[in-house]
Design a protein around this ligand. Structure first.
Ligand SMILES: Cc1cc2nc3c(=O)[nH]c(=O)nc-3n(C[C@H](O)[C@H](O)[C@H](O)COP(=O)(O)OP(=O)(O)OC[C@H]3O[C@@H](n4cnc5c(N)ncnc54)[C@H](O)[C@@H]3O)c2cc1C
Length: 478
């Protein structure tokens, strides 16, 4: 698939649509939009456009569609699968002017937002009214709601509350043709026709541009408690996940950090809490929330009893004392990825398996470490069976690393997808870097249907080309 370059005449048309100040063309201005947070990849767009409203998005897309110019929608570019990279050049369509919370409907527990709103800003705004928006990617202070919707993002709270998809009622979307639609109705129940809303959730900017979202809220839990459990056995730590959930306890977060993850986060943040002993292999973060303090305390107590009774490898169990200690633990947890990247160039993977098979993933990772001599850092949303693994370049040259990482990842993904019944991505998306594995996870009929949907909504393939499918070839890195 090939695309037209942006000519001077295109630039003039764009200036007439979005205003000259919202067309960025110098290399220095475009550079910022050439990266997301995937490895160290960069692809320079030919132009950056910053439309100010839905009508302008529609006009831009209509023009690009007629001319055959590639368009890459961009939120805050924290994507980890290369989804926001303009790999085919063309236009980077930044949604940065769409940064308003438009309406908070307290009676119906709904909020209408524009896509560039920070996840954390939305959380704070609704929490001030006693309401709660649960999806909380670890990047919540730097990522947008539009990006969360386009990726179907998850986060620690999702083990109890579900992911982004569970909080979407209705979306305003612009198609590549420039047509504008609302996908549903602002109600909690609606079975009229196909579920177009969910079609756009997780579509990674390949089917349409989201310009407004109506999101569902819930009452904010009034109490919470956080435990941290240290284990001298890696697999035991992951087994503890099912022991807790099997007892009917549903924590509001159930997160895993193996030894290297906690050490990297501590080195990066300068924090020394909690203790990592010579035999420590992994930590589990278990958070409970609820409306009644007694109910929350009872769940924490029962969890403590279970872990103590069942695991001789439990080194210690701490209950965070107050907000400051809770914040420290979450700061550590949320900084693992950045800490791992600061340590070494790496490949960050987003594996997901049925929860009970997590211990087997850890065994597999140990085998691969011995076979390929590649160090890794592992952590993740253990309650969802979702494990993040950074495979580190370490002291290898880039060429040596790429050569050994390729068979390593092939073997890892084969084990995860074929033997363990999992998938290559639980929340970070396919984007650019995982697209060659689509056929490994999806049945050929499902894959064909997905292509048919793409063809129906974006027949010229201008929306985020080079992502999800292998059709549009990404050029050499710029
Ligand atoms: C430190 C760190 C921690 C992270 N932790 C998590 C985590 O816990 N859980 C998780 O799920 N992810 C996590 N991520 C990944 C990332 O933050 C999420 O994927 C996030 O949703 C991306 O939002 P963004 O605004 O940065 O979107 P971008 O990176 O700008 O875009 C992501 C994708 O969405 C598309 N897109 C963006 N806006 C729109 C729109 N309005 N309409 C249509 N398409 C659009 C883009 O084309 C692209 O394909 C983490 C990333 C980092 C760096």
């Amino acid at each position: 698939m090939s695309f037209q370059p942006c000519e001077n005449s295109d630039r003039q048309s764009f200036e007439a649509i979005v205003g000259a100040e919202n067309v960025l063309s110098s290399a220095a201005e475009r550079e910022k939009y050439s990266r997301d947070m995937t490895e160290d990849l960069t692809y320079l767009p030919e132009l950056v456009l910053r439309p100010r409203n839905t009508g302008e998005v529609a006009e831009v897309l209509r023009h690009c569609n007629q001319r055959g110019i590639a368009v890459t929608p961009q939120g805050r570019r924290t994507c980890l699968s290369g989804g926001a990279l303009p790999v085919c050049g063309g236009v980077a369509l930044s949604l940065e002017h769409f940064n308003r919370i438009l309406e908070l409907d307290e009676d119906n527990y709904q909020v209408t937002v524009e896509p560039y709103v920070l996840n954390n800003d939305l959380r704070k705004a609704v929490e001030a009214k006693g309401l709660f928006y649960p999806p909380d990617p670890a990047s919540l202070k730097i990522c947008s709601i539009g990006g969360n919707l386009a990726e179907g993002s998850g986060g620690p709270k999702c083990v109890k509350y579900g992911t982004t998809k569970d909080y979407v009622l209705n979306l305003e979307v612009v198609l590549s043709s420039g047509e504008i639609l609302w996908t549903g109705v602002n109600v909690l129940k609606n079975v009229m026709g196909y579920n177009l809303t969910q079609l756009f959730v997780g579509s990674e900017g390949t089917l349409g541009v989201i310009t407004k979202a109506v999101l569902r809220l819930i009452p904010k839990p009034r109490h919470q408690k956080l435990l941290i459990a240290s284990f001298s056995n890696l697999e035991d730590c992951s087994r503890a996940v099912n022991v807790i959930l099997g007892e009917g306890i549903v924590p509001s977060a159930l997160e895993f950090m193996e030894r290297n993850a906690l050490l990297a986060a501590q080195a990066y943040t300068g924090l020394s809490f909690p203790q990592v002993g010579p035999d420590t292999q992994a930590h589990l973060i278990v958070e409970f929330d609820g409306m009644e303090a007694e109910e929350v305390a009872a769940q924490a107590l029962r969890t403590g009893q279970l872990l103590t009774e069942r695991f001789v490898s439990l080194e210690y169990l701490l209950s965070a004392k107050g907000q400051a200690e809770e914040d420290t633990i979450w700061r550590l947890r949320r900084s693992v990825l950045v800490a791992a990247k600061a340590r070494s160039h790496c490949k960050e993977e987003d594996l997901v398996v049925p929860r009970s098979r997590l211990p087997e993933v850890l065994v597999l990772l140990g085998e691969l470490r011995r076979k390929y001599l590649l160090e890794f850092v592992a952590w993740g949303h253990a309650g969802d069976g979702n494990l993040h693994v950074c495979v580190l370049q370490g002291s290898l040259s880039r060429g040596e690393f790429e050569a050994v990482a390729a068979p390593y990842l092939k073997e890892l993904f084969h084990g995860v997808c074929t033997t363990l019944g999992g998938s290559v991505t639980g929340e970070h998306g396919v984007g650019l870097v995982q697209r060659q594995f689509m056929a490994q996870v999806l049945n050929p009929v499902a894959l064909r249907l997905m292509r048919t949907v793409k063809q129906a909504l974006d027949p010229r393939g201008i929306l985020n080309p080079g992502k999800m499918f292998l059709d549009a070839e990404a050029p050499i890195l710029s």
